[in-house]
Write a protein that binds this ligand. Structure first.
Ligand code: EPU
Length: 431
């Protein structure tokens, strides 16, 4: 299993380019199931979850080409026929977002057989709201042997009010509603830019969606969707992670190819902390050479402070002067990184949904364990300022959502390497 080895102490300097958003690319790939024509997606990040989605769609009978070489950030998907409209437990357990195929499959094929996701490192994360919404659209749902079996002759437009804001739940039902008979009005929808990006693609495919990116979305069902070409939005969480890396290391980096408008809550918080940033239309420069002071953070749905940045912010808070209270409101168990940060010398106390971070404490390198994608990013950040060489185990978590993180960090001056094979391949042994 790969590990990352990071020697802390270097201020990050230079330019880093941001990849396409994993959490926009995943629903957009699922949307390709809604048509038999070709869907071309550009700015696809090279991360493991994309490869998992390729396997998921291929197993149903779709042709999925993930480009290599010059075309390596593009995928072409053609779901001419879907002879196996299902998502197996094997795939759903490695990537919960596999449940995004539920809505498109019922809408297109009239049936879907999708594994229920089990427990998760960051919280319970059920999919009851996806299921309730599909029932409102007229699908018959049965759950058996750990699988959801959804059937419908044709879905029917309906009014849906989400009990709770859910990102993939909103996306799943928007996709389902595109091919329903009549109008669907959804309230209390997720406003994340990734939802709006998905709706942009769907509208290019011939859907009639209004209001995506706000809490009320209206979808006028159409009889069929066609092929389209679409460019995925930049990854705001990757951009935010590099911005914090620049601030934390006292560096000066230019984060390019990003969308500053998607990062307002983070940039405001950093201003409170005392981090200097400036931005142009597609880039943000961060200058970390000022003293940082503590500031409380509450995770919220977009446009609030993202839960996907809570762990990385906590690494920054360990190096700010004073006490920061970090409150996690979205997931009930998203503090696993705190315990590893404590092993590196941080002073963090967990009280239910709150983490009390007392700074500034020097961090010292240690062997640490990544528990989920964003937790691993937090450990990478802490390692960049720790004294000595940190070894982060289970980096497959980070590979799920950050494209070539060690190369990007190396490019701005970090001392980082990946170690993996205990018995390295002999030269020439494998071509
Ligand atoms: N929830 C329910 N029932 C449902 C669905 C959600 O109770 O049917 C609850 C969840 O348990 C959670 C809250 O609602 O407490 C919000 O969950 P949401 O459904 O919004 O999360 P998600 O759609 O499963 C997406 C991202 C996550 C991100 C969350 C919150 C994708 C593929 N995943 O997950 O990203 O943390 O929204 O913003 O878009 C990550 O990239 O590391 C990641 C975990």
């Amino acid at each position: 299993m790969d590990k990352l080895v990071i020697r802390g102490g270097n201020p990050l300097l230079g330019t880093v380019r941001i990849s396409g958003a994993k959490n926009a690319a995943l629903p957009c790939m699922a949307a390709a199931l809604l048509t038999e024509e070709e869907v071309i997606l550009e700015n696809i990040p090279q991360v493991r979850d994309i490869e998992t989605t390729r396997r998921l769609l291929s197993a149903m009978g779709a042709e999925v080409e993930l480009g290599y070489g010059r075309a390596h950030h593009r995928t072409t998907i053609q779901a001419r026929t879907l002879n196996a409209p299902q998502a197996s437990y094997e795939l759903v357990k490695t990537m919960r977002a596999s449940t995004l195929v539920l809505g498109p499959l019922v809408a297109r094929c009239g049936r879907a057989h999708v594994s229920l996701p089990g427990g998760c490192a960051i919280g319970a994360r059920p999919i009851d709201l996806h299921i309730k919404g599909l029932e409102r659209l007229g699908a018959k749902i049965a759950t058996e042997h750990g699988y959801v079996e959804a059937t419908a002759t044709r879905l029917k437009g309906a009014e849906i009010v989400f009990d709770k804001i859910t990102v993939t739940g909103t996306e799943d039902l928007v996709m389902a509603a595109t091919l329903a008979d009549g109008e669907t009005v959804m309230q209390n929808c997720a406003c994340e830019p990734e939802v709006a990006d998905l709706a942009d693609l769907l509208n290019k495919m011939g859907a009639k969606i209004e209001g995506a990116g706000t809490s009320i979305i209206r979808v006028k069902g159409v009889a069929r969707l066609h092929g389209a070409k679409h460019r995925i939005i930049p990854d705001r969480i990757e951009a935010a992670t590099f911005i914090i890396a620049g601030a934390l290391t006292g560096g000066d980096i230019n984060v390019t190819g990003c969308e500053p408008a998607h990062l307002t809550s983070l940039l405001q918080k950093l201003q409170e902390v005392g981090v200097k940033t400036t931005h142009a239309s597609e880039s943000i420069r961060v200058m970390g050479d000022t003293p940082h002071k503590a500031a409380d953070v509450n995770t919220e749905e977009y446009p609030g402070f993202p839960t996907d940045m809570q762990a990385q912010y906590m690494a920054l808070a360990t190096q700010a002067d004073g006490t920061s209270i970090v409150t996690e409101n979205i997931f009930e168990n998203r503090f696993m990184h705190a315990l590893e940060l404590v092993r590196m010398g941080a002073n963090i106390k967990i009280e239910g949904r709150r983490a009390i971070v007392r700074g500034k404490t020097p961090l010292s390198a240690a062997a640490v364990l990544a528990s989920d994608l964003r937790a691993s990013a937090s450990l990478v950040l802490a390692a960049l300022v720790a004294d000595g060489e940190t070894i982060i185990d289970r980096v497959y978590h980070i590979d799920r959502g950050y494209e070539h993180i060690e190369e990007k960090l190396k490019g701005v001056g970090a001392e980082i390497r990946r170690i993996g094979e205990i018995f390295p391949k002999r030269r020439g042994a494998n071509g």
